[in-house]
Write a protein that binds this ligand. Structure first.
Ligand code: M6R
Length: 608
């Protein structure tokens, strides 16, 4: 989604703004722009497309000044175009915005009637109109912004430059995140810690409703009532991370290969070596009293939640409800006080997941955030967090975030099983050890990916559609495989539980349809095997993902296979995620699509 950054500095800001935009690229965008104050006068440059296009344009039409703001736009209102790119501006202000103004049509009508000349199709421009009018009414910048945001419905993080105020940026947020960074005689403001990482290691997060006034030597915060407040300064851990591709061609494949380490770091953060059990000290609730677990998430994180349902119900005997965040609060969920609500989000900023968290908190439900970004809004607002130790995930296609979420859920299932005495301790220790062994098994698997590359080129690349099927905990893995393929290669792909095939999808089977069958050699194998035969009988091209035994049984029916290591059913979903990711990656590579930043998608979905 949109990314924003601003600098009140003491040197020319344009190069720094452009490099900060580069760091924000991972969020997904379709246009970008910068503005600066040159001797108190606003100068700007905007461009459709990649940051490189904006950079070229700035080289041609320089933007001078030591105070500036910048933006990457992911279109919500109005097509991606230069006119709709941010900064949006009037004769007195330039403004960048992340979020959605829900009442923009009413405001646009109101200000059009007052003679304001709108030049874009964006919702953002109404904020510019509001502030401009308030300034004309004689309000000072801070008051003009404060009064303007009172009229807004929806979500926003904004940064504003004012003509005639050469040393100031005003920022404000509601719903969308915003952070301030402290430098030496310069200050920064941006949508997340990563945006500020190259500038400073000291940051403060704005609370919801806050307004902030930045000068190069001071920062003043005001709460939603307009009262001056202090916001804690914390270390910006994002500073130490590099977001380079290193020896890899793409972030997606780099992040796939980072999984052994990410999983090891994640599991070790909850594994107690002394006891061989899971350390659940981070969860301040009595796990014996949890009557139900509700897991709420979107996209890939939702698929992790679906696997967790199998684990928690099987091993800890606690009922689990799964909800897509965008549906959860609108379906009037029945929740009791002993429910533990878990919100899963790599970014920790997904608007629907955050709204679901707030809904639960309002209803007095215990909340646990499972996030990859510890400084994110979900992390800060949940009662407690479990952190996936995946490090920054840049590729829009989630990979290491998913498998580390699976590891934390597996650990949570074991912690619940221990506290509720639903499994004997030696069994729990044995299962914990299986999780401990995953990184090295993964490492070995990742040494041999050529056969998957060949399948991608020979079978999947030219397909128009693809199906993924699986049973039990392999069903969510099939869903995840289909999601990975569609988002990275634009091939229409669907995931089904294998048993559903006969209820409709089998009508799609013909010789052009690759069907990826996720079939660990477990208690579901025979049934999935039968479903595979039914597909083959109708001419479908089966790519069979199983261990050696499973493949040997299937070999005469199938078109191709992906051989998996022999692992226990418990940890199979974690390992079987790998071929799903790798097949999607190689297919996208063969098709030449931009798998790191697929069209229309954003890394962090901060609007509903
Ligand atoms: O940051 P989150 O985990 O809350 O994001 C949820 C989804 O937007 C995300 O998983 C999305 O589905 C990925 N692009 C899938 O690869």
């Amino acid at each position: 989604m949109c990314g924003i950054v601003g600098i009140v500095g003491n040197k020319e800001v344009a190069p720094f703004l452009l490099s900060a935009l580069k760091r924000l690229e991972y969020r997904g965008y379709d246009s970008a722009g910068i503005a600066a104050l040159n001797n108190g006068k606003i100068e700007y440059c905007r461009s459709k497309g990649k940051i490189s296009a904006l950079k070229d344009k700035v080289a041609q039409y320089p933007v001078a000044g030591t105070v500036g703001i910048a933006h990457t736009r992911w279109a919500t209102h109005g097509v991606p175009s230069e006119a709709n790119a941010h900064p949006q501006f009037s004769d007195t202000v330039a403004l960048v915005h992340n979020g959605i103004i829900e009442n923009y049509e009413a405001l646009k009508a109101e200000f059009s009637a007052k003679g304001y000349n709108f030049t874009s199709e964006t919702d953002t421009e109404v904020i510019v109109a509001l502030i401009t009018f308030n300034l004309k009414e004689g309000l000072k910048p801070k008051e003009a912004v404060y009064q303007s945001i009172q009229r807004l419905e929806g979500s926003f993080a904004i940064e504003v430059l004012f003509d005639g105020y050469p040393d100031m940026i005003i920022g404000a947020r509601r719903g969308s995140p915003l952070a301030v960074g402290y430098g030496d005689d310069e200050m920064f403001i941006g949508s997340d810690a990563l945006a500020l990482a190259e500038f400073t290691t000291k940051i403060s997060y704005l609370e919801d409703g806050d307004l902030v006034v930045l000068h190069k030597d001071k920062v003043e915060f005001f709460d939603e009532k307009g009262n001056p407040v202090q916001r804690e300064i914390v270390a910006n851990h994002a500073s130490s991370f590099t977001i380079e591709k290193g020896e890899f061609r793409h972030f997606m494949i780099k992040e796939i290969f980072e999984q052994p380490k990410a999983i090891e770091d994640t599991f070790c953060s909850v594994y107690d070596k002394e006891t061989g059990l899971i350390n659940s000290a981070n969860i301040p609730f009595d796990l014996t009293k949890v009557s139900r677990v509700a897991i709420i998430a979107c996209g890939t994180s939702l698929h992790a939640a679906m696997v967790a349902k199998y684990w928690i119900e099987t091993y800890a005997k606690v009922p689990v409800d799964i909800d897509s965040s965008s549906e959860f609060r609108y379906r009037n969920p029945v929740l009791d006080k002993d429910t533990l609500a878990v919100f899963v989000s790599q970014s920790g900023e997904t608007a629907d997941t955050l709204a679901a968290l707030r809904y639960c908190k309002k209803h007095g439900i215990k909340t646990l955030g499972m996030v990859n970004v510890p400084a994110s809004t979900i992390a800060r607002e949940a009662d407690c967090i479990l952190q996936t130790m995946a490090g920054p995930e840049v590729s829009v296609a989630a990979t290491k975030a998913f498998t580390t979420q699976l590891v934390l859920f597996a650990a949570l299932a074991l912690a619940l099983a221990e506290k509720r005495e639903t499994l004997p301790l030696p069994e729990i220790k044995k299962m914990a050890k299986m999780l401990l062994d995953i990184p090295s098994i993964m490492q070995d698997f990742l040494k041999e990916t050529e056969s998957i590359d060949k399948i991608a080129k020979d079978i999947v690349k030219d397909a128009v559609n693809a199906l993924y099927i699986g049973r039990g905990s392999s069903y969510p893995i099939a869903l995840e495989g289909a999601l990975k393929l569609k988002e990275t290669s634009y091939i229409h792909a669907e995931g089904y539980s294998a048993g559903e095939m006969k209820h409709g999808p089998i009508a799609l089977v013909d010789q052009g349809l690759p069907i990826i069958v996720v079939a660990p050699f477990d208690k579901y194998f025979e049934k999935t095997f039968s479903n595979m035969q039914e597909i083959v009988a109708r001419g479908g091209k089966v790519i069979f993902v199983s261990n050696k035994k499973g493949i040997a049984a299937a070999i005469k029916h199938i078109t191709a296979s992906i051989a998996m290591p022999d692992v226990n059913t418990f940890v199979a979903p974690i390992l079987y995620s790998l071929p799903m990711q790798i097949l999607a990656y190689y297919t996208a590579l063969a098709k030449g699509t931009d798998m790191d930043q697929p069209r229309n998608l954003a890394k962090s979905v901060t609007v509903e």
